[in-house]
Design a protein around this ligand. Structure first.
Ligand SMILES: [Zn+2]
Length: 184
């Protein structure tokens, strides 16, 4: 049995259970099916090269809080696209360059290193002043933040609850705008 429900199917006679036990059993089955579906979805995502960044911070499947808590629909749309790597950073635009650039060739024009989402938010020179202010504010709430490595800082910013913080989502929008403006 693919969902690991054999014990329940084989040894439980649902119609012989009282209401509470039946509800408990049905909930257990439902939760198990949900867990398996979520795991399958995440495993499928991890196999897609374009989804490499998304998988850094997407650890479960549920309605994201930022989609209901951020009032501006433009900001919500912008953040959703960024989380799905639908943006104009070189790591994506280089994909459509002819001849196609390898990931190592998709460089930031200002820094000479690979321009991906982590570079844009965490290390790009273009965004250093915004970064300094935002990270200082974050470190007031979370004193360990400055000790995180680059990937952990990035996933911290994109995590569901943190992304609802205006300080953080405004920083992400501003960094992208700065990076796009620098390409013109
Ligand atoms: Zn850069």
């Amino acid at each position: 049995m693919t969902h690991g429900l054999g014990d329940i199917w084989e040894y439980t006679h649902l119609n012989k259970l009282d209401h509470l036990s039946r509800t408990h059993t049905v909930n257990k089955i439902f939760q198990r099916v949900v867990d398996i579906s979520v795991q399958n979805t995440l495993t499928t995502l991890q196999k897609q090269p374009k989804m490499r960044t998304y998988c850094l911070f997407k650890k479960d499947v549920k309605l994201e809080r930022y989609l209901t808590e951020i009032n501006s629909s433009n900001t919500r749309k912008f953040l959703s696209k960024f989380r799905l790597s639908d943006h104009k950073l070189e790591i994506e635009t280089g994909r459509y360059h002819r001849p196609k650039k390898t990931p190592e060739q998709r460089l930031c024009q200002n820094c000479g290193t690979i321009e991906d989402e982590i570079h844009c938010l965490i290390t790009c020179k273009i965004n250093s002043s915004e970064r300094e202010q935002t990270f200082a504010r974050i470190s007031i709430q979370d004193k360990t933040f400055y000790h995180f490595d680059e990937v952990t800082k990035f996933t911290y910013l994109l995590q569901n609850d943190n992304l609802c913080d205006q300080n953080i989502y405004s920083f992400i929008v501003k960094c992208l705008e700065n990076s796009y403006a620098a390409k013109l």
